[in-house]
Design a protein around this ligand. Structure first.
Ligand code: GDP
Ligand code: MN
Length: 400
């Protein structure tokens, strides 16, 4: 689950990480209120208006605007609230429809008064699966597209791996501050920044923190100007105060619906829908579809209890995707009996009524043969298979 920038910053601040201060607003009136309040705190007229959507590159799309006074604030906040913001990271990129902005963050101008005395850094923390360790990735080339920096100037992207037993060591945060070219007060500030950032990452069971930019201000403080936070869904039960921050309007509506029915669904961009029980079998099924010349339209694990209701819900969810040209059902009857599942499929087919694509069903395991004869006798346009290979050939056939 991803957090909005303002939510991520609140989380960081609760662990003592220095952030660019700001107040969130949903309407123009709230934005003006926030501006006045912030001005009292900062003592300056300057501020930035920042669109709150789950995508980076907002600056490039016009979602981050600097304001020198209340009139500029009114103009920019008025324009940004309610706009469809296109960034290189919103679906379809700059050519896509963009994302609706329903909140803005009115933030202090951390670069004032002397923009040229500031320096932007890139800092992220994530899990490195290869080394099985958390890694802090950092660079002096902050504020820009880090993928591009990594491609063109890989020597400017550094990595610091954290031993899971020892944790982040003091020498490691000093090394990071040193490699970022800091000295004196900003050096000390950076070590504190890194230490508290890592604490926040562990404490919130995050899977990604990306601070781009982390800023060295004119007076040598280090502050998080931006925050991208991704939390581990599987650990959310330990953080009810974070779980409530989920913004489902930012997520794929079909995925949200599936989650409500406790189905494990992830939308992909292929043409063969799949319904499988068990994540391992689902992965194997996706491979099978690829080998048959198709490409999976989704990952869907209906779980161990593939009963009629879940099968029907699964069909309905898969069919919401217009790209789907065929559906492959691959169920292994272990505890669940194959003939029950077959009956579930037949019932679901009849209930839904207008299934517009061919369905290939492979039921293996307990009562597999009985399941096959039920489907064959149903008179429905369902192709049944028992072997993996048979199912693959059927997929190939119907895609022709
Ligand atoms: P992103 O484009 O979605 O990554 O949003 P950021 O929060 O990173 O903001 C984009 C850019 O706006 C930053 O890289 C900065 O250059 C600029 N920016 C953000 N906050 C401020 C600020 O307080 N003052 C000034 N002058 N520029 C800012
Ligand atoms: Mn950024």
């Amino acid at each position: 689950m991803n957090l909005h920038e303002y939510q991520g910053k609140d989380l960081l601040a609760s662990y003592g990480v220095a952030i660019q201060r700001g107040i969130v607003a949903s309407t123009l009136e709230e934005a003006i209120e926030a501006y006045k309040k912030l001005k009292e705190e900062t003592g300056t007229d300057y501020c930035v208006v920042k669109a709150q959507i789950h995508a980076g590159g907002r600056g490039k799309g016009g979602g981050v605007k600097l304001c020198k006074n209340v009139d500029e604030l009114k103009t920019h906040a008025g324009n940004i609230i309610g706009m469809m913001l296109k960034t290189p990271q919103t679906p379809g990129g700059m050519e896509g429809p963009g994302k609706l902005v329903s909140k803005v963050l009115i933030a202090e101008d951390s670069y004032a008064p002397d923009f040229s005395a500031c320096k932007e850094f890139y800092i992220s923390i994530l899990m490195d699966r290869e080394s099985k360790r958390n890694v802090i990735i950092y660079s002096t080339e902050g504020g820009m597209n880090i993928e591009e920096v990594a491609e063109k100037t890989p020597h400017l992207v550094h990595k610091e791996f954290i031993d899971p037993v020892l944790g982040l060591q003091a020498f490691q945060s000093r090394k990071i501050a040193f490699n970022l070219g800091l000295s004196g007060k900003s050096f000390k500030e950076m070590t504190v920044f890194i230490t508290s950032l890592y604490k926040a990452y562990l404490g919130s069971d995050a899977s990604l923190f990306e601070i781009n930019p982390a800023l060295k201000t004119g007076d040598d403080r280090i502050v998080a100007v931006d925050s991208k936070v991704r939390l581990d869904d599987n650990a959310l039960f330990r953080h009810p105060e974070l779980a409530i921050l989920r913004d489902t309007t930012e997520e794929d509506p079909t995925e949200v619906e599936a989650k409500e029915s406790d189905l494990n669904y992830i939308k992909l961009d292929g043409n063969v829908g799949c319904m499988v029980n068990g994540a391992g079998l689902a992965m194997a099924t996706m491979d099978l579809i690829k080998q048959s010349g198709g490409s999976p339209a989704n990952f869907l694990d209906v779980g161990g209890t593939a009963d009629a209701q879940r099968v029907e819900k699964g069909f309905r969810i898969i069919l919401k995707d217009d790209n789907v040209k065929a559906i492959l059902v691959n169920i292994f009857g272990g505890i669940v009996r194959g003939d029950r599942v077959a009956q579930g499929i037949i019932d679901a087919y009849k209930n839904i009524g207008d299934i517009r694509v061919p369905i290939i069903v492979r039921l293996q395991g307990t009562n597999a043969e009985k399941a096959k004869s039920l489907i064959d006798a149903s008179g429905l346009k369902v192709h049944s298979a028992v072997q993996f290979k048979e199912a693959a050939d059927l997929v190939k056939q119907v895609l022709k």
